[in-house]
Design a protein around this ligand. Structure first.
Ligand code: DX5
Ligand code: ZN
Length: 225
């Protein structure tokens, strides 16, 4: 699945930005609080408005402190998937339960330097694992290929545990990097600048999708939950 990130879109025309990628799978919405990350973006009111403005499932990526308190509200606001950061949560499993109880898929995200091992056994309580392939906070950064080891580990864990889990990657995904991510076992590809800096965002989504399919075909461990 391809999830264009509106972080790279024109914030004065978010409805149009969603429309421009109507054939994408999810619309990725980066919520930043200027505490967990240095940047500040959007919050609940904008998510509520976007939900009314588009049929695309909203994939909310919360880069905020205290997600235990705030994450379920994004599910209530209409997000299809609500992902929060392992580094910020006090009770990872309980927050996932609260998101699901509010009607959304629950996602766990790890920064590039955060190991996955401590969270492996908790993944059965999640629907999505978001592996960050840049330091969270800004679009347009360079892809960090070393995080693909975590993708491979998660893919093996999913297979051996028969889990239903989307493995998602976020940061620096574009025509030059998406195939290696797909080959490692990614299911959902976030792309901000590669979609919205393109002259034709819809065409960019389709060409990323084709490249991801090619990489996925070479994924030894198998993909898609
Ligand atoms: C960064 C955000 C990403 C960002 C990716 O912290 O989480 O979703 O939009 O942007 P690109 O695809 O340009 O690296
Ligand atoms: Zn993101």
């Amino acid at each position: 699945m391809i999830a264009p990130s509106i972080l790279s879109a024109d914030f004065a025309h978010l409805g149009g930005a969603a429309e421009a990628v109507a054939r994408a799978d999810w619309l990725h919405v980066d919520v930043m609080d200027n505490h967990f990350v240095p940047n500040l973006t959007i919050g609940l009111p904008v998510v509520k408005s976007l939900h009314r403005a588009t049929d695309l499932p909203l994939d909310c990526h919360l880069m905020i402190e205290n997600p235990d308190r705030w994450a379920p509200g994004y599910a209530e606001a209409g997000a299809a998937n609500v992902t929060f950061h392992a580094e910020a949560a006090a009770d990872v499993a309980q927050t996932a339960r609260a998101i699901r109880a509010a009607g959304a898929l629950a996602g766990l995200s790890v920064k590039p330097g955060t190991p996955l091992e401590p969270y492996l056994e908790l993944l059965s309580g999640f629907d999505t694992l978001l592996v960050m392939s840049v330091e969270p906070g800004f679009g347009g950064q360079k892809f960090m290929p070393e995080v693909l080891d975590k993708v491979r580990l998660a893919r093996r864990h999913v297979r051996s545990g028969h889990l239903r889990l989307f493995i998602e990657i976020d940061g620096g995904i574009g025509a030059d990097t998406i195939e290696q991510a797909a080959e490692a076992g990614v299911d959902v590809f976030v792309a901000g600048s590669a979609v919205y800096d393109a002259a034709d965002p819809a065409a960019a989504v389709e060409s990323l999708r084709a490249l991801a399919r090619a990489g996925m075909a070479r994924c030894a461990a198998g993909s898609a939950p």
